[in-house]
Design a protein around this ligand. Sequence first.
Ligand SMILES: *Cc1c(COP(=O)(O)O)cnc(C)c1O
Length: 386
Amino acid sequence: MQLPEHISSAQWQRFKAAADKLQPPFLLTDLGIIREKYLELQQGFDYASIFYAVKANPDDAVIELLAGLGSNFDIASTYELDKVLKFGVEPHRISYGNTIKKRSDIAYFHKHGIDLFATDSEADLRNIAEFAPGARIYIRILTEGSEGADWPLSRKFGCNPEMAIELAALAKELGLEPYGISFHVGSQQRDIDVWDGAIAKVKVVFERLLAEHDIQLKMINMGGGFPANYIQKTNEFHTYCEAITRFLQEDFAEEDVPRIILEPGRSLVGDAGVIVSEVVLVSRKSSTALERWVYTDVGKFSGLIETLDEAIKYPVYAERDGEEEEVILAGPTCDSMDIMYENHKYTLPLSLDIGDRLYWFSTGAYTTSYSSVEFNGFPPLKQYIV
Ligand SMILES: *Cc1c(COP(=O)(O)O)cnc(C)c1O
């Protein structure tokens, strides 16, 4: 088979040397690639602060690497907070980005010196005022156009801009600092124009708060959404940087472009990982069936949950040549939803056999962190670092 375009043969050789010594299934993550991606992002947005979204890959080695590179961290729970603090990350480099939080968790963050909180509702805002008095808050707004995102993050989070204005005014009354506005255009966002619409909404909120409430916001948190290399093509990364920077400049005069925060997850760690699996069984459902079922030792419950509705289409590779035919790819568990790809026709070599290794490229994001604990007794997906 052909390696995916974005994998150089040198990269593949280096990767294979490590993978061949290990027993599947596992995720092999290359810290060198995460480093490259981080530096690329930093160069492309040299005016922005990067807050790594820890949920994408919460491995200690990943956190340690990014902490060393000077990254800040977007944290969703006290568990993630403990992990990041362990590496000596100072509280001013941490934001509590989850809009859904217990009071006791707000108090925990406050106790550890974190003073930057996301919110999108009055009840949460009042909790922050009570349990993290004086904190800076940023309000998450709903954005349209999450259609271009392969893994949308809309609907559940954010409020409409009108409400954001009310919340900012209330924050001031409650002794909090209304600091900024955030949005997330949806993960693996392939339509760059969506940022344009989101930034335009933010601008209106900025202007109205200044005019109507004498509140000058200082920050825009543009969330994540930058892509990894899956089967569906995306623009080059520099195209994202150039377009988004232009959108900002069009809406905010150079002297008053606010502080910009980015919260990348997928784009930093996705391409750095490869899941190595083994073919458990190859079968057909009748003697005349045209498709083979290929069952592997990884599936929806061991890291591939983003194949729900076939949303994320990872490049899959086997070290076999020759004629290929369509397959249905499924996992090893006793749950019939444990099928990764059925509608999108993956093809694999006819010579593919039990025991062969299958490589799932760009699986460094949202795999280990989503893997189940012991469904059917299968242990969580292991991760090794190179
Ligand atoms: C998940 C998440 C991110 C990361 O998004 P990616 O698309 O993976 O870069 C950033 N910010 C928030 C608030 C998130 O929930």
